[in-house]
Design a protein around this ligand. Structure first.
Ligand SMILES: *Cc1c(COP(=O)(O)O)cnc(C)c1O
Length: 400
């Protein structure tokens, strides 16, 4: 055997190989596909071992709220894809974000959060954490001076998503990381839209990445889950919160996500390709006022997205001519795509943001955020684009 053969083949492996091969610890049964460890607790060989496990001297499993082999396999695989020191899985995307906050913030801390993040994240910061003495300022994602002006001596965390939902605005992750350094705070990036297949925020200086695994990591709309990635020191704090407070990922869901990761790169490429094709097609249709997709050359985020992403993702939105009536008619005329607010699925979804995902904003806030009454969001799935175009034609036929 040459020296080369002694090396771990995963040490030099690429993302698509890591997505399939990392995190595997085969049992003595020799199973090829990862097993689901459906067990709440683990038995000890003897009393001394039990004592060592409980004291933390011995690293083995004790209880599945603490550790579970299937969940660990998912955590290790995602950490390998992200290039992160450590990963902690959580019961949902919101559980992941909550865990980061509970682990790394304390009463009296201040958070600056992008205004253009997932609606429930806004509520978590604005309605829940504020009850525990955490202060929060919301700022428009791309308003640099607003971010800077919001910094206070007690600012501990900057939180954002890029590209944003639904207008596909792209934040400069290197610049935001620099601001986090300057303000002695942590940059937390919700990377659910891009996944590690399209964007690696840690490489660009972010401290922590969070995921709704529910979306593209699963990819087929089956399970709720989340994940937090970052340094071992930070992840120990997050793990401490999770195992004490309980929003851990179930082994079955971990298994579904493990399988989802195996096809992640292929899926993200396909979502991105189809979304670009559909965005370009929509731009040419009569009845369309504007298309928002960061893969379009005339989108303000195009250059930055091209530089910091490996693809533009599956979410786009567009304005139809007219107002809410026309948008609703368009949506109601479609037959193939699913009318649901979810995304990150093989099935394409369509939704009217102003009256669903963004309905809790006041009309003034919606106006400021660019969520117009004639805006429609598509999360482009994996169907044939020609069939998606035919379905959009049903919408246009109704409003022209
Ligand atoms: C869905 C979503 C979440 C929340 O994830 P859940 O699994 O629904 O709790 C957080 N961030 C983004 C960007 C999402 O799309």
């Amino acid at each position: 055997m040459s020296d080369h053969d002694d090396l771990d083949p995963l040490a030099t492996a690429h993302l698509d190989t890591l997505a399939i091969r990392s995190g595997i610890k085969r049992t003595e049964e020799g199973e090829h596909s990862e097993p689901i460890f459906a067990t709440s607790s683990y038995v000890f060989e003897n009393a001394a071992e039990a004592a060592a496990r409980f004291s933390g001297e011995s690293p083995g499993n004790v209880y599945s709220r603490y550790t579970n082999p299937t969940v660990r396999a998912f955590e290790q695989r995602l950490a390998a894809l992200e290039g992160a020191e450590a990963c902690v899985a959580a019961a949902s995307g919101m559980a992941a974000i909550l865990s980061v906050c509970m682990a790394l913030l304390k009463s009296g801390d201040h958070v600056i959060c992008s205004r253009d993040v997932f609606g429930t994240t806004i509520n978590l910061f604005g309605k829940v954490l504020t009850r525990f003495g955490v202060e929060v300022t919301f700022v428009p994602l791309l308003d640099d001076s607003a971010w800077r002006a919001a910094v206070r001596p007690n600012t501990a965390m900057l939180f954002l998503e890029t590209p944003s939902n639904p207008l596909c605005e792209v934040a400069d992750l290197a610049a935001m990381s620099a601001l986090a350094r300057e303000s002695d705070s942590l940059l937390v990036v919700d990377n659910s839209f891009c996944t590690p297949s399209l964007q690696l925020p840690l490489e660009m200086g972010a401290d922590i990445v969070v995921y709704a695994a529910t979306k593209y990591l699963d990819g087929q709309g089956r399970c709720m889950g989340g994940a937090v990635l970052g340094s071992a020191i930070h992840m120990n704090e997050v793990l401490m919160f999770l195992r004490t407070c309980g929003p851990t990922m179930s082994p079955f869901n971990a298994w579904v996500f493990l399988k989802g990761l195996e096809t992640l790169r292929l899926r993200m490429e396909a979502h991105s390709r189809s979304a670009l094709e559909l965005a370009q097609w929509l731009q040419q249709q009569r009845g369309v006022e504007k298309v928002y997709y960061c893969g379009l050359k005339d989108h303000p985020g195009f250059a930055l997205a091209t530089q910091q992403q490996k693809g533009y993702g599956g979410v786009l939105s567009f304005l139809v001519e007219g107002g809410r009536d026309q948008a609703w008619k368009f949506i109601d005329a479609t037959k193939l795509v699913s009318h649901t607010a979810n995304l990150g699925d093989a099935k394409t979804t369509i939704v009217h943001p102003a009256t669903t995902t963004h309905s809790r904003l006041t009309p003034e806030q919606r106006e400021e955020a660019g969520i117009a009454e004639n805006l429609i969001r598509l999360a482009v799935g994996l169907e044939n684009v020609v069939d998606l175009e035919a379905d959009m034609q049903r919408g246009f036929a109704r409003i022209r």
